[in-house]
Design a protein around this ligand. Structure first.
Ligand SMILES: Cc1ncc(COP(=O)(O)O)c(C=O)c1O
Length: 287
């Protein structure tokens, strides 16, 4: 079956149906938050972590919702069951609701929940096996990149630049430090040690990043250094990779037109790709 949606708890079979108000604040201000949870073999992967991050984003945005995490788990299950899609991305968005346009938070707007389920584009997953190229771009985003908000213009510009350069991802740099990809976290590997930007307001705490740093690296005996580093360090790394819910661990074999290391997928990245793939194979409903 094809993609379907859900709005405030109700299944929507036709995604072109017009159901959201003209003065919804998500539409007018990007005033809302979102999550994307992957589904492998008909089961959500990392759903609990995604919902915890969603509720954190909502708190930071001061949006209060009537849904519990259990309600949202249920909606994810319904979308999988009713769509019949087994390898999917489930997109969930909550806006502050609709109100006459005014920058200030409205007093009585009801937050609006919309969700969609779609197959994961095979083009995303193919790079896990082949490796992908990336470019380096300036990080133009605001200073609360830790909130998964709908304000994605900087990310959109970066991803578009990657497309125009004919590569998979754009790696962003702020004040000389490599922050993250347009929709991924970035890791460089030097002398067997993983290095990635520390958690701060300047990056999103990726669920996939957390799994790599807290679970897979310790299990494989790999050291992780969460400290800022520059473009030179990244371009001179032995290996590099990005992490994200719809691309798992994807090797980056070329940066700005130059090979990373010998331009092939390195041994550390390969170990992580395999460990992550094994984990995804055991995906459980709320795991
Ligand atoms: C800016 C940014 N960084 C990192 C990520 C990766 O996060 P996750 O692993 O939770 O998908 C995303 C995912 O959308 C993102 O948009």
């Amino acid at each position: 079956m094809g993609p379907i949606g859900l709005i405030d708890g109700r299944i929507v079979a036709d995604l072109s149906e017009k159901l959201v108000e003209m003065e919804d604040r998500g539409y007018q201000f990007g005033d809302g938050v979102y999550e994307v949870t992957p589904v492998f073999n008909g089961r959500c992967f990392g759903l609990q972590r995604h919902m915890e991050r969603l509720f954190r984003s909502l708190r930071e945005m001061r949006i209060t919702v009537g849904y519990s995490a259990e309600d949202l788990y249920g909606y994810h299950e319904r979308l999988i069951q009713e769509s019949g899609i087994v390898d999917a991305g489930i997109y969930l968005q909550i806006t502050r609701g609709f109100a006459p346009r005014n920058h200030n938070f409205p007093d009585n707007a009801a937050p609006r929940l919309t969700m969609t389920v779609r197959p994961i584009p095979p083009s995303l997953l193919q790079y896990i096996e082949t490796g992908a190229e990336a470019i380096v771009v300036p990080d133009l985003r605001w200073l609360r990149c830790d909130i998964k908000s709908l304000n994605l213009l900087g990310n959109v510009f970066a991803k578009e630049q990657a497309k125009e350069a004919g590569v998979f991802e754009a790696i962003q740099v702020r004040d000389g430090a490599v922050t993250e990809g347009s929709s991924t976290n970035f890791f460089a590997v030097k002398d067997g040690v993983l290095r990635t930007h520390p958690l701060s307001n300047l990056i999103l705490q990726g669920v996939t990043r957390t799994i790599v740093v807290d679970e897979l690296a310790p299990k494989l005996g790999l050291k992780v250094v969460e400290e800022p580093f520059g473009v030179d360090f990244a371009t001179n790394a032995d290996e590099a990779f990005v992490t994200g819910s719809l691309c798992n661990v994807t090797p980056i074999t070329g940066l700005d037109g130059r090979p990373v290391g010998d331009g092939r997928i390195g041994p550390v990245t390969r170990q992580l790709v395999e460990a992550f793939t094994a984990l995804v194979g055991q995906a459980c409903p709320k795991g």
